[in-house]
Design a protein around this ligand. Structure first.
Ligand code: ASP
Length: 430
């Protein structure tokens, strides 16, 4: 079987597959693009029989080797940072490791070049759990450089922190006037069920067909394979470990739906942002220390004390007010007085902001005594509907770019759509 041939094959375990043979970087693996658009890697040893249905499809091979520039199409740079989308399964260990070169990844999805002219650049090769502020600064600098020449950016990354990167870039890229879409995949690109192809082609189509000029996320919309949602940069969370439709808008709606055929429908009226000023990078201070502390039963004051080295702290409390255990209600809760004292001390030194473990909904610290007392202690974030990750990034970005004294007021100002005006998304919660 040669690259570019359209083949039919049967595996020893009885599977019948049909598709286009792609260039494979491993001689033992046949890389097949199925009619569904999915790419699959098949161990040569497991093939029982094969038949070439169409001889070397010259046009296709040519396309794999060289993508011609089409003046009628927009040009997009795919910036690769690693993650499952750029990974393959090691058939020796069964583990997934980042291993595709950018050119290979583009070659794996030749359908992209029917939609946009593709430039491709590797700027990192890591899983997203290892991200630091410096990586976001680097991504922003690369985006700024590329946007001088192209119409949009697709940034591929591991999914664990895809929402955080989208949020971080939303803040850093001030006056952005072109689209920056983040794409990951929950299953590696060489698996039959990989979502990489659909996510990437939907992102390319969305850039090609709209004048969207913000940071967004393009990921599988539902459990079917019909298409992707474009999700807001600062209000999206990965809510499932393994499902392909893991990403959901929180206290917000998806911006648009893109079918796998490339049809776009906006879910709300979309107003393009007009910026009179030029793109400006407002980067993170790379040595800044921001913490996240989660409330839990049987908490101790030393847990707060341990946070004294931070420059800013997010408290992920419980329920409506983002409650922390600060009430001494009986002899068994004496520790809570100490917790309250430690929080008060800390809030005098650094900005301490609150979010809720509920994920959905808005903070209201006025309803119960605990919330009122937390406000008295100096904890901020009343009426915020930001998820913990967004609060973390916003706090880091504010402390990187503004005087520390101003951060308390600025935290509740909406900069990038991170705080919604009203809670009108209750119906989204099912
Ligand atoms: N842990 C991986 C990461 O976030 C998962 C993935 O690649 O999607 O990079």
């Amino acid at each position: 079987m040669k690259t570019g041939e359209y083949v039919k094959l049967e595996t020893k375990d009885g599977r019948h597959l049909q598709g286009l043979v792609m260039k494979s970087t491993d001689v033992n693996i046949i890389s097949l693009k199925l009619d569904s658009g999915y790419n699959i890697g098949i161990d040569r040893k497991k093939v029982k029989s094969s038949k070439v249905l169409k001889q070397n499809n010259i046009a296709c091979v040519k396309k794999l080797q060289k993508v011609d520039f089409d003046k009628k199409l927009k040009t997009v740079t795919i910036l690769h940072t690693g993650g499952t989308v750029a990974s393959r399964v090691s058939y020796k260990t069964g583990a997934v490791a980042p291993s595709f070169k950018p050119e290979e990844l583009v070659e794996m999805f030749p359908e992209l070049s029917n939609v946009v002219n593709v430039k491709s650049k590797l700027i990192g090769n890591m899983f997203s759990e290892d991200l630091r502020f410096s990586h976001w600064n680097k991504m922003a600098k690369e985006i700024e450089k590329e946007l001088k020449e192209v119409d949009g950016i697709i940034l591929t990354q591991g999914t664990d922190n895809l929402g955080l990167t989208a949020c971080a870039l939303s803040f850093v890229l001030e006056n952005l006037n072109k689209p920056v879409l983040l794409v990951g995949s929950q299953r590696s690109s060489d698996r039959p069920s990989s979502d990489a192809a659909i996510n990437l082609t939907c992102a390319a189509n969305f850039i090609a067909k709209t004048d969207f000029n913000e940071v967004g996320i393009c990921m599988h919309a539902r459990s079917d394979d019909e298409g992707c949602y474009i999700l807001p940069g600062c209000k999206t969370k990965k809510l499932h470990t393994s499902r392909r439709d893991a990403f959901k808008a929180v206290n917000s709606k998806p911006i648009a739906f893109v079918t796998k055929e490339g049809n776009v429908s906006f879910l709300e009226k979309y107003h393009k942002k007009d910026h009179h000023d030029r793109l400006r990078l407002r980067l993170f201070k790379e040595n800044l220390k921001i913490g996240i502390l989660k409330a839990h039963p049987n908490m101790f004051a030393f847990e707060i004390k341990n946070c004294s080295k931070y420059d800013g702290l997010v408290l992920e409390g419980t329920g409506l007010a983002g409650n922390f255990p600060i009430n001494k209600v009986d002899v068994k809760t004496q520790e809570h007085k100490l917790i309250s004292n430690e929080l008060k001390k800390l809030a005098k030194k650094i900005p301490v902001v609150v979010t809720s473990n509920c994920i959905f909904g808005r903070i209201n610290m006025n309803v119960y005594d605990t919330g009122r007392n937390m406000q008295d202690i100096g904890i901020i974030g009343n009426y915020s509907d930001m998820i913990t990750e967004t609060a973390f990034i916003k706090l880091a970005w504010l402390l990187s770019n503004y005087d520390k004294k101003k951060v308390k007021d600025l935290f509740m100002e909406d900069f990038r759509g991170e705080i919604s005006k009203r809670t009108e998304f209750e119906e989204e919660f099912v």
